[in-house]
Ligand binder design. Structure first.
Ligand SMILES: [Zn+2]
Length: 183
């Protein structure tokens, strides 16, 4: 059976654009030496492989607190993860994912393992003094919030224009719907 070709989505492109803007506004300090500090910590703490499941093949750096919730790309919020865990977690907060019903959640239905993984994560955050913001806007200063609001207005206008070509539907995008919930 052949698969139908993948369809490009304008909504997905708008989502990517929003994510790029969010990453630009949030703290970012994760160069080679930061990455090494994180790895040194995990070696010292005896955490091997994926922080969630211990899988030896670590292919990703995952945001514990997702970008959409104000999680910066910084030591204390970036953790080594295997590809299945990272894909399954997606853009969710790590606690929500670990406590949830996802098939690939390695601690699903194992409360004692859940507690151990959360304790491991909290020790890491605490070691680097990382404090999770209340939400995306709480991670920004007033100027950045104004910039983000202006960006959203531009996107909203652009979205209406795209709707004229049938590329997006007029109802609120995921991004805008999420903004509304935060209000
Ligand atoms: Zn894993």
């Amino acid at each position: 059976m052949r698969k139908a070709p993948t369809k490009m989505s304008a909504s997905r492109a708008l989502y990517t654009l929003d994510r790029a803007m969010q990453e630009r506004l949030l703290d970012r300090a994760f160069g080679a030496q930061h990455l090494q500090r994180a790895l040194d910590y995990f070696t010292h703490a005896g955490v091997e492989g994926c922080i969630y499941c211990g899988h030896k093949l670590v292919e990703r750096w995952d945001h514990l607190i997702p970008v959409s919730a104000g999680g910066g790309t910084v030591v204390g919020n970036m953790v080594p993860a295997c590809q299945p865990c990272d894909d399954s977690k997606g853009a969710k907060d790590y606690r929500r994912w670990l406590a949830g019903p996802a098939k690939k959640n390695p601690v699903r239905g194992k409360p004692e393992v859940y507690a151990a993984v959360v304790a491991r994560v909290e020790a890491y955050q605490c070691h680097f003094g990382y404090v999770a913001p209340a939400d995306f806007r709480a991670a920004l200063d007033a100027t950045q919030v104004a910039q983000y609001e202006a960006f959203l207005r531009v996107v909203s206008e652009f979205r209406s224009r795209l709707a004229q070509f049938g590329l997006v539907t007029v109802p609120l995008s995921e991004v805008e719907a999420e903004q509304e919930q935060q209000v």
